[in-house]
Ligand binder design. Structure first.
Ligand SMILES: *Cc1c(COP(=O)(O)O)cnc(C)c1O
Length: 396
């Protein structure tokens, strides 16, 4: 019998026979014990699917990876500590000095910032293209196009891109195609089936679904690319915790239900929002006048619950203050959780190819899972506050 001190430190193996659970076990690990020195010495031979160190995966993270791989109809998924981290990892792993990366003008602003500061610093040629015009992409391709990035629909202004066409043009010139699918999720769009080589999801949003985990995924259609990305993430020292992966696995169980509700309520709120005289335009791919609507109808299964509102020039300056009237909607970044959110987003500074013609501030709205009538009433209160402010301003 070992001493108490040793018994405190050592965990006994208990019988698992006869036990099963519908939940996914949280396997926390840095060290993974080996049965003998030979097994330890040859641990690299276990391959990228084996277990050798906590950073390189646990059964919990592999379970999440496998579920995402199935949804994306891909070969392999890697997890990253955020959606942004997944995107930058793809770019760092694929781009060499002298290569060109082509980004849509509507790319997620932190990705634009990363490209302009860090990729440029590393000698990568960074160019932006019109997300709605594949011919513009071709015109901007130089001698060494290596990666064409797609984000569909685009951040805030919701341009749906013609991924099959863009992928064909990029592949003709030897470039790899990556697609940020955070808005749609694989339930509404499958980028790998539409020509992309790599798809990234911000799991922080709809997958997690509860606004309390940061995570991203990278899914590839090709095993060799998957192995290269896993090795690169290992060298960077980037991985995710089993606890966080388990929370995303829990959120994923209800994602289809949540998305269906989010989209249905978004559609009904949009009807009411568009009827307001203070609204110039609603940007949401299901609407016939939303950019890329025909491509959306051709390629997507459905919509999620995020849309953007462009106000008239008279109303726009009063929107920020009128948001104080909201009682249920929360002001904040991100989306895809249980709570409905609004975020005033400046657009003009993030466009370099095609100037943004609406008011600089666009209000992004993410519908949560609250009662539809309560949300409609909350928005009515906001529009009343907006009209009151406009009237006071006109009278002053
Ligand atoms: C939020 C978001 C990301 C980044 O996800 P994080 O997990 O918040 O880093 C990437 N792309 C799009 C389109 C997003 O909306």
């Amino acid at each position: 019998m070992s001493s108490d001190w040793t018994q405190c430190a050592i965990t006994p193996a208990v019988n698992h026979e006869g036990f099963a659970s519908l939940g996914v076990a949280v396997y926390r690990a840095s060290t993974i014990p080996f049965e003998n020195a030979q097994a330890y010495a040859t641990r690299r031979e276990r391959g990228s699917e084996g277990y050798s160190y906590g950073l390189y995966g646990t059964p919990t993270t592999r379970t999440l990876e496998r579920k995402i791989t199935a949804l994306e109809q891909g070969r392999r998924t890697l997890l990253a500590p955020s959606g942004q981290g997944a995107i930058t990892a793809v770019m760092l792993a694929t781009l060499h000095a002298g290569d060109q990366v082509l980004l849509p003008d509507t790319v997620y602003p932190p990705v634009r910032d990363f490209a302009d500061r860090d990729l440029v610093r590393l000698g990568v040629q960074v160019d932006y293209y019109d997300p709605l015009d594949p011919a513009d992409l071709v015109r901007r391709m130089g001698a060494r196009p290596r990666l064409v990035w797609v984000e569909s629909p685009g951040s805030t202004t919701m341009e749906v891109q013609d991924l099959p066409r863009i992928a064909a043009l990029a592949h003709e010139r030897g470039a790899v195609v990556g697609c940020d699918n955070t808005w749609a999720t694989p339930l509404n769009f499958k980028p790998l089936a539409h020509g992309a080589d790599i798809v990234v999801e911000g799991l922080t949003k709809y997958f997690c679904g509860h606004s309390d985990v940061m995570m991203g995924s990278i899914t590839v259609a090709d095993n060799a690319l998957g192995d290269a990305l896993r090795a690169f993430l290992g060298r960077l020292g980037v991985g995710v915790s089993a606890d966080d992966a388990a929370l995303v696995l829990r959120g994923l169980e209800t994602m289809a239900l949540r998305l269906a509700y989010n989209a249905r309520v978004a559609a009904s709120l949009i009807d009411a929002v568009r009827a307001q005289p203070e609204v110039a335009r609603v940007l949401y791919p299901t609407l016939a006048d939303s950019p890329g609507h025909a491509v959306f109808r051709r390629d997507f299964q459905g919509a999620s619950g995020v849309f953007s509102v462009v106000f008239t020039p008279q109303a726009a300056p009063h929107v920020a203050a009128a948001l104080d009237a909201l009682r249920i909607f929360v002001i904040g970044a991100s989306w895809g959780g249980t709570r409905s959110l609004v975020a005033p987003m400046p657009v003009r500074a993030h466009r370099t190819v095609r100037a943004w013609e609406g008011d600089d501030m666009v209000l992004r709205i993410s519908v949560g899972i609250e009662d539809e009538a309560d949300l409609a009433k909350d928005l009515q209160g906001f529009f009343q506050a907006l009209r009151d402010r406009m009237a006071r301003h006109a009278g002053a």
